[in-house]
Ligand binder design. Sequence first.
Ligand code: TXA
Ligand code: MG
Length: 309
Amino acid sequence: MLTPTTDVSAAADAIRAGGLVAMPTETVYGLAADATNPEAIARIFDIKGRPVDHPLIVHLAGADRLDRWAASVDDTVALLASTAWPGPLTMIVRRSAAVLDSITGGRDTVGLRVPAHAMAHELLTEVGVGLAAPSANRFGAVSPTSAQHVLDDLGDRLDPARDVVLDGGRCPVGVESTILDTTTDPPQVLRAGAITAEQLTTLLGAMPDRARGRSRASGMLDSHYAPACEVRLVDTADDALALRAGTVGAEVLDFGDEIDRFARDLYSSMRDADRRGVGTLIVVLPPAAGLGHAVRDRLFKAAAPRRLG
Ligand code: TXA
Ligand code: MG
């Protein structure tokens, strides 16, 4: 079993040798590999149990080498790169010819993000390449927000001789990045996150679209981000108490109006409920505003009928 470390140089060595690094970001932990190494990328899919047509986000130290990954950098991308990065925003752009097919799942686009986490930034700077990284959980499970969560999910699948788990403490945001498809006009939000639609509207001077059509990001599948326990959603604390009274083995999760704490603690609360064998988690929904959209999105998915097993 791997022991988490804070040694970024050891992690950089692992990346250079073709290994994987579980890396903290401000949103969730990612399972990172050199984005130019096809064998390392293949291991990510294998270890996560992730279908190969689900594309990976490429993480960068900064926006200065965008042209290495993007076919072109239009005004929207340039504006958001300079105002929202580093930060919890992934931009979908047309890919450059240099991007590996295994990263994009064969699409002509690639997701790019500059994370705002000191340890991730240090690692990205030290390796000097883009790092392809999905969330460091098994496919379909909730994302890890601590090094311990990574070990709980993937500890027996990572190779102590090649891979490293970096411990950067708990992720301060707690839900995955906002995904904005910049290849459509107007741009479309494919996944809600901590960069809110309201903020994007302010930054862009125009409102982004909601995603339409077939699920365009795997996080858009109905059942995703699901814990083992049953999740039931209610609108008020009173509804939660009434439901709990009639449900054996149920617990209530209610963050009131503390939306930042809700996002930060959401996944660890679900994992904790599973660890304690809670049968039903009754969650009081936050209001549909700001970061509340992202939390509601993950909750609806956690409560959706299970199809992923
Ligand atoms: O906050 C985050 O975004 C975290 C941290 C580690 O950066 N990463 C993350 O990665 O959540 P992942 O792979 O678990 O989710 C990325 C989502 C997937 O639903 C994937 O389908 C979508 O982004 N995606 C990636 N590239 C895409 C593309 N070119 N077009 C459409 N969707 C894409
Ligand atoms: Mg994920």
